[in-house]
Design a protein around this ligand. Structure first.
Ligand SMILES: C[S@@+](CC[C@H](N)C(=O)[O-])C[C@H]1O[C@@H](n2cnc3c(N)ncnc32)[C@H](O)[C@@H]1O
Length: 288
């Protein structure tokens, strides 16, 4: 049965090719695989992102394509990642980087200089702007100090579910104008420019590990993180999924470590008591 309200939103699309049942099946798939909630209002977006996959598969209808998807895990992930939103930019929510530089970095640098390890995670890093903003902020405006730090035991995990975004993150090449929000000294120290484009330099790249990781799946990491950035990812999840994720992050943050989340997100649920809100969308894991 095709629902009339749904069709009104989709002018020019035959319900025999793409109807409510198809939208619902795709929404369920994306929720089951990635925790992403797609409201009916996203019906057109789903059509525009999935229609090219339907065409490539040789299927004439969404329902025929969905039959194929059910039998093919790789195609299923293509469907899911086609429906991720990867919008991001350098120094997004600048106050997080200001807080990190002023309140977290100094102690981190001391620990690195003393030979201790530092681990950070940019979870849902998309095309890398968040990760590189964090890495440049860590390395800082003093070139010699940044080079020393980069040679210490520091690693940054950058993960996302979407391979197309990770490929761009790892390539670390952006239009020079995209770096405009980054403090000039950091751009100068840690990127190489060739006019219209800028590339993140070797010292910064050496400390980052890119991994394809579904936040709803198994996590292979065992050690604790000093800092986790997971910003503008949980907005796509429902409350139980968000709270489960906050709980898993909290278990992986070292006591005294920090969690930075997106401006419209909040840490709630069973783990929230272990997190102290110390700034706008900035949490510190309590020591006990
Ligand atoms: C809007 S971007 C946010 C990028 C960056 N963190 C920022 O704040 O600018 C959201 C990212 O979350 C990723 N994502 C969504 N669901 C995910 C999941 N279940 N596991 C891992 N990454 C996911 C998407 O692929 C997308 O790149």
């Amino acid at each position: 049965m095709v629902d009339a309200a749904f069709l009104e939103d989709l002018p020019g699309i035959s319900p025999a090719v793409y109807g409510t049942a198809d939208f619902d099946a795709i929404a369920r798939l994306v929720y089951d695989e990635a925790g992403i909630v797609l409201a009916r209002g996203k019906a057109m977006l789903v059509y525009s992102r999935i229609a090219p996959l339907v065409r490539n598969s040789g299927c004439a209808t969404f329902s025929a394509y969905l039959e194929q998807v059910r039998a093919d895990p790789a195609e299923r992930m293509r469907t899911v990642t086609a429906l991720t939103t990867n919008h991001t930019f350098f120094y997004r929510e600048e106050h997080h980087f200001a807080h990190f530089a002023a309140e977290v970095r100094p102690d981190m640098v001391r620990r690195l200089e003393a030979g201790q390890p530092v681990r950070m995670w940019s979870a849902g890093c998309s095309s890398g702007e968040e990760t590189w903003s964090l890495v440049m902020t860590l390395l800082g405006s003093d070139l010699a100090e940044g080079r020393r730090i980069a040679g210490r035991d520091v690693l940054v995990l950058a993960s996302d579910i979407a391979p197309h975004a990770l490929t761009k993150a790892e390539a670390a090449r952006y239009e020079a104008k995209d770096l405009a929000p980054v403090p000039a000294a950091l751009v100068q120290n840690w990127t190489r420019s060739d006019g219209s484009h800028a590339e993140i330099g070797g010292e910064a790249r050496r400390i980052v590990r890119f991994r394809s990781l579904n936040l709803q799946g198994e996590w292979p990491m065992r050690g604790r993180f000093d800092v986790i950035f997971c910003r503008n990812v949980m907005i796509y999840f429902d409350l139980p999924t968000k709270e489960r994720l906050i709980q898993r992050f909290t278990q992986l943050i070292a006591p005294g470590g920090h969690l930075y989340i997106g401006h419209s997100e909040r840490a709630t649920g069973p783990a929230a008591a272990e997190l102290e809100l110390i700034g706008p969308t900035i949490y510190r894991r309590r020591n006990s």
